[in-house]
Design a binder for this molecule. Structure first.
Ligand code: FES
Length: 340
């Protein structure tokens, strides 16, 4: 165990180093970083910004917090998220967990998912202080509604959109939170959460007793849940009106169907438990994609025939008239024809 004085010296050195980095960044001729002239994908719907990573620090086991600085940044409301364009070009979504009134920086936190799709590993292994990252947004699909009282159920990193909500609740409003995780060491922002109201926060290591926690939810209460899919499904079973933060649309399910790739002259089968993108890439490995969650637009393809079950929240109605995002959207019937 290091002695307290040693810890203070180390912490002080880290602070000085961070300040020095900030001074170096700010004296750079590149500062302040300009917004990109054009949005990344050429789409007018989401402004792209280049921000500087000025802090990267662990906040729990397997969780790092990033501070991204810019100037005159778009404002956001609790529940909002950013799209981060990682150095490899992968796009991933992260909830904003800092102060909405701060227009000079955004704060996000990312959990390492070792067997995930690569985004979290890239954040943990490659994103460093002093690096410039491109972001889009913020966007909010999980807004805090006005209610007489609030009930929150959160699993692990799902605390990130809820933290600014808790800070923003009006004084005197009733709320309670069930915060569960593998163990306390892996749960970010635990200390701050408990300071916000220890008597209102139930911390559970392991599986929570949802029946007990949700047994007496008042009719007028707004209920929010963010966390693993299993937790959100279990809460939705008990409280169907729950507000869920789901970063991944349901890309599978709804039956198998055929996709004809007209220009390539191939016809593929998309199984119920897979996606059009996966089937297409098995035949055409160079097909472009990035987020695989229906929010970056990289995988957009023109549809020549068939009715699409659009599962993204990105395309406009006009775009949906003749195109689809093949990473999440599916066929309504048994066949689609794509212009590829
Ligand atoms: Fe991003 Fe499909 S890969 S929307």
């Amino acid at each position: 165990m290091p002695k307290p004085r040693t810890v203070m010296v180390v912490a002080g050195a880290a602070l000085l180093a961070r300040r020095a980095l900030r001074r170096r960044i700010r004296s750079s001729p590149l500062w302040p970083l300009p917004a990109l002239e054009e949005p990344v994908s050429g789409r007018p719907r989401s402004r792209a910004l280049r921000l500087l990573v000025t802090s990267r620090e662990p906040v729990a086991e397997g969780v790092v917090r990033l501070r991204l600085e810019g100037h005159d940044l778009p404002r956001w409301e609790p529940g909002a998220h950013l799209d981060l364009v990682l150095p490899s070009g992968l796009v991933r979504q992260y909830s904003l967990c800092g102060d909405p009134a701060d227009t000079s920086s955004y704060t996000v936190a990312a959990r390492l998912v070792p067997d995930g799709r690569g985004g979290s590993r890239e954040v943990h292994e490659q994103v460093r202080e002093g690096m410039e990252l491109e972001v889009r947004g913020p966007r909010n699909r999980f807004p805090l509604v006005e209610a007489a009282s609030y009930v929150f159920v959160v699993g692990g990193i799902g605390i990130t959109p809820v933290l600014p909500m808790l800070r923003a609740l009006p004084q005197g409003v009733a709320w309670r939170l069930l915060y569960c995780g593998r163990d306390r060491a892996s749960m970010p922002f635990l200390e701050e959460i408990e300071k916000l109201g220890a008597d209102r926060v139930l911390v559970v290591e392991g599986l929570p007793d949802l029946d007990a926690f949700l047994a007496d939810v008042p009719e007028h209460a707004a209920v929010y849940c963010c966390g693993p899919e299993g937790l959100m499904g279990a809460v939705a079973e008990r409280v169907p009106r729950v507000h869920l933060e789901r970063f991944s649309p349901r890309a599978s399910g709804g039956g198998a169907f055929e996709v004809e790739l007209r220009r390539s002259g191939r016809t593929l089968t998309v199984p119920e438990d897979s996606t059009v993108l996966a089937a297409v890439r098995a035949e055409l490995p160079d097909t472009a994609y990035s987020c695989e969650q229906g929010f970056c637009g990289t995988c957009q393809q023109r549809v020549l025939e068939g009715e699409v079950d659009h599962r993204d929240e990105l395309l406009t109605d006009a775009e949906r008239g003749d195109s689809m995002l093949i990473c999440v959207s599916r066929a309504r019937g048994d066949r689609l024809v794509l212009d590829m």
